[in-house]
Write a protein that binds this ligand. Structure first.
Ligand code: GTP
Length: 593
């Protein structure tokens, strides 16, 4: 145990975590030559440059003639996955805090650092990308000293590109991070920090043994789920899984126990023995709940079962994705999917498209609401169209987030305007360094799911970083806004919005839909209504468009080609009553100016 070091790398997105991890793996000869980044194995991940799921990898390192086992637990970099970050952190004794020498401290640097400090981790600050011509190591050093109160000498300067600083980092891991503690003779207590799906082996549980020993063949229990299994195989994660006889206190590894369903393995759960179980589960377990919901519907109704099968497959890798059958008058049969956040939603949409070739229509995302009726009963609603009748509702509560935005002072004005416009309240402002500030806001999550990131990016010219955590549910005066096409309400276009902007919002929705719905062979009336009251109206004028008219009935194959082309164009359309509505229209609300 004395020669084990468990650590993670925490950083703001793109500050170079994966690149530096690769250099550590190369230097310790865990991997030979890098072709691209080794830790991100999904295509999509690489393209986006985001480590979506955390992994763990073991390295061997010799310091002063003593051999050490270093377990690097990789953490996902995005706020949507912050619970996974916190569990990965809980499995470590130390953390490398990476800060980009050209960017300085950013929102996720701070939020991840606080998580690490909460878990009493030894922090090794690293200034990365010092090879870059616009690196400002002195300024960034000051920021880090201000932030964590460390000695400037404790900060390592490094480059994931050239490999500079890598030997110093490895020495610091061995010298500064404490060995894991724990009692090898105590009952087994292992923290689950991740799971991976393998098509031959099923769901593989990744854990760190806090106390006791787990041996191959042991009968174990997962405390929170109450499920019991046999540990058919245990082992450590190098570039491949390497089976071993046992995992002992302080060690990080995997358990294979024939689990078929990813939802059985909950990150943060505790593994113990059925006989001689530990007294308490490891603290801090929290059920991750999806906060953002959207309807996902097959364009072709015959694809419904395929869509279900695809979602089930995605869930094998990603237990935080939820889905339930739902039907919409407008879109037919589909699923209401729950996501941790917006990025998570985008990833799932892309994977449905790329990996499963599914043509789907996705509705506007919304958050989960707590609806209180007049009798005091509370119901969680995931879809504006599932809202009970207005007369039955006493009040509605919506989730608020605590948002941290770091930016330089010149952008404070527009950012304040944006956040206040989104019903945000400024809680505090703190100086980070020089002219950079951290602003803390409370904002309804429902306002963030609609075009917040993009606006923040554009008004700050990319110089604002953003991070958030769900804070609490708070009462809000929300109104349901319905959209009618030729008098027919389109359930998939209903939204919940704050009473104070409902009318303006309705007007903008009608205007946007007018742009998005193509002219057809009759007039289309677009109306916005709150309850029975129509608050806005637009009309798409009729047009007569016969694509074959030009052909003078001549060449029949040419005529067929044109009709085929037209059919293709219709593919992404949905028939609502007699109106053809394109997919874009269902996301109109995201595009309001
Ligand atoms: P996530 O895994 O998405 O959180 O990002 P990350 O923090 O792992 O960043 P990543 O390692 O993907 O690096 C982001 C970008 O910076 C990539 O284009 C890297 O090639 C580049 N980069 C990383 N480290 C260095 C460095 O030391 N010097 C230079 N010049 N570029 C670097």
């Amino acid at each position: 145990m004395d020669h084990i070091r468990n650590f993670c790398i925490i950083a703001h997105i793109d500050h170079g975590k994966s690149t530096l991890a690769d250099r550590l793996l190369e230097y310790t000869q865990t991997i030979k030559i890098t072709e691209g980044q080794m830790l991100d194995d999904m295509d999509l991940e690489r393209e986006r440059g985001i480590t979506i799921k955390s992994h763990a990898i073991q390295m061997e390192y010799v310091s002063n003639k003593e051999k050490y086992i270093l377990n690097l637990i990789d953490t996902p970099g995005h706020v949507d996955f912050s619970y996974e970050v916190s569990r990965s952190i809980a499995a470590c004794e130390g953390a490398l805090l990476i800060v980009d020498a050209t960017q300085g401290v950013q929102a996720q640097t701070i939020s991840n650092l606080y998580m690490a400090i909460d878990h009493n981790l030894e922090i090794i600050p690293v200034i990365n990308k010092i090879d870059m011509p616009n690196a400002m190591p002195e300024e960034v050093e000051d920021e880090i000293v201000d932030l964590i109160g460390c000695d400037p000498e404790d900060i390592i300067r490094a480059s994931g590109k050239t490999g500079e600083g890598v030997p110093e980092i490895l020495e610091a891991i061995v010298k500064r991070i404490p060995a894991p503690k724990g009692d090898i003779n105590a009952p087994l207590q292992a923290l689950i920090f991740d799971s991976i799906f393998n098509s031959f082996r099923g769901i593989i549980t990744l854990c760190k043994v806090e106390n006791g020993v787990i041996k191959k063949g042991d009968k174990v229990k997962f405390v929170q789920t109450g499920m019991e299994y046999t540990a058919d195989e245990v082992g450590v994660l190098k570039m491949d899984m390497v089976p071993s006889k046992q995992l002992s206190t302080g060690e990080v590894g995997y358990i294979i126990s024939g689990i078929k369903n990813a939802t059985e393995v909950k990150v943060g759960d505790t593994v113990t023995h059925i006989e001689n179980p530990c007294k308490n589960a490891i603290e801090g377990f929290q059920e991750v709940k999806p906060m953002v919901f959207a309807g996902v519907y097959p364009i072709d109704p015959n694809d419904y079962e395929n869509l279900r099968a695809s979602l089930e497959k995605l869930q094998l890798n990603d237990a935080s994705l939820t889905f339930q059958p739902e039907s919409s008058q407008a879109l037919g049969f589909g699923f209401r999917c729950g996501f941790l956040g917006l990025l998570h939603m985008e990833i799932i949409q892309e994977r449905l498209d790329r990996e499963f070739n599914m043509d789907v229509i996705t509705t506007v995302p919304n958050v989960s609401y707590m609806v209180y009726d007049k009798q005091g009963n509370v119901k969680e609603v995931h879809n504006p169209s599932g809202l009970p009748d207005q007369t039955m509702i006493d009040h509605i509560e919506e989730p608020y987030i605590k948002a941290s935005i770091i930016t330089s002072s010149e952008y404070i004005g527009p950012i304040m305007t944006l956040c206040l416009d989104k019903r945000g309240e400024l809680v505090s402002q703190n100086y980070v360094s020089g002219n950079r500030l951290e602003l803390i806001f409370m904002i309804p999550l429902g306002e963030i799911v609609i075009d917040f990131y993009d606006k923040l990016k554009s008004i700050s010219k990319g110089y604002a970083s953003f991070d958030y955590h769900i804070d609490s549910f708070r009462p809000s005066k929300l109104a349901k806004l319905d959209i009618l096409l030729n008098g027919e309400p389109v359930d998939a276009l209903s939204t919940l919005t704050h009473e104070s902007n409902a009318v303006v919002f309705g007007r903008r929705m009608c205007e946007k839909l007018k742009d998005l719905i193509p002219r057809q062979q009759f007039d289309i009336a677009i109306q916005a209504a709150i309850g029975a009251k129509i608050v806005a109206r637009e009309t798409v004028k009729q047009v007569r468009k016969d694509v074959t008219a030009k052909c003078y009935g001549g060449d029949i194959s040419r005529k067929r080609k044109l009709l085929e082309k037209q059919k293709k164009g219709k593919k992404r359309m949905k028939q609502i009553g007699n109106v053809q509505v394109p997919q874009k229209a269902f996301l109109a609300v995201l595009k309001l100016d």
